[in-house]
Design a protein around this ligand. Sequence first.
Ligand SMILES: Nc1ncnc2c1ncn2[C@@H]1O[C@H](COP(=O)(O)OP(=O)(O)OP(=O)(O)O)[C@@H](O)[C@H]1O
Ligand SMILES: [Mg+2]
Length: 264
Amino acid sequence: MAKRVAIGNNKGGAKKSTTAVRLAEALAKRGQRVGVLDLDPQGNASRRLGWTEDPDSPSLTTSEAIEANAEGVAAQVWQPIGWQAEYADRITLMPARYTLEDRATEAGQRGAWRRLAKALRGADDHLDYVLIDCPPSLGHLTQMGLAAAHFALASTEPEYDSVEAAVRYRDFVAASGEDLGNPDLRFIGIVVSGYDMRVGAHVGQLGGVRELFGDSLWGVVPRRALVANADEYAEPLSQMADSHEVRAVFELLAERFEKEVSPA
Ligand SMILES: Nc1ncnc2c1ncn2[C@@H]1O[C@H](COP(=O)(O)OP(=O)(O)OP(=O)(O)O)[C@@H](O)[C@H]1O
Ligand SMILES: [Mg+2]
């Protein structure tokens, strides 16, 4: 079984999808086989990884994997990503589209919270890690992700509402493992992303994150236009000009990730 890490924050725009996609890129460059599981009906991680869908022949997505309510069915859903990079074939995607929202309405059905874990059983043995890109909520979709995960990682902007929402995510994880049938679930870290040292609030909030999370702060990704552009154009960072500094930051984050999350 791959080690699964749910990347979350109870606020939108907290850089969750960027963290998932760029960590996947850095890990794949280091030789790891990584699955990105898009658990957000917005499907941002899927698009940024270059995934496109033929409307005449719709793909299986995370939504169908959950809906099937069957052991191991997720094995049929992994798909190649669209990037042109020599390490791209080490990243595999479980894509999402807006129809994933329909699964949220099934929360009251018997055993609904464990349907993703059930779908993944035996379906990620060919991978080292699975990064689960959660939606900006602590609702049913995120709870399914946490029920399936071994670890939880937060990402946050260095701004008050985002940091507060990261604390909510951390505390929710700590309080919910038992309820989600996953008592070993553990919060392992936080990444601050979009940091601009010229913004007083960012400097203050980074200090706050250090106090609140201590050694669980894995690193700080600076605010750089090229990161937003890479996401916008669905490109790997390795194809963006002047990306050396940012790639080095994600490389360090990937090293820390490997230390905290050893493969099974
Ligand atoms: N280091 C960075 N510098 C500049 N822009 C960034 C950086 N990291 C991410 N961004 C941009 O910030 C925006 C928000 O990031 P992202 O979509 O990853 O957040 P999110 O938490 O996944 O949002 P949502 O809650 O909607 O899923 C995106 O446009 C992304 O490209
Ligand atoms: Mg997102």
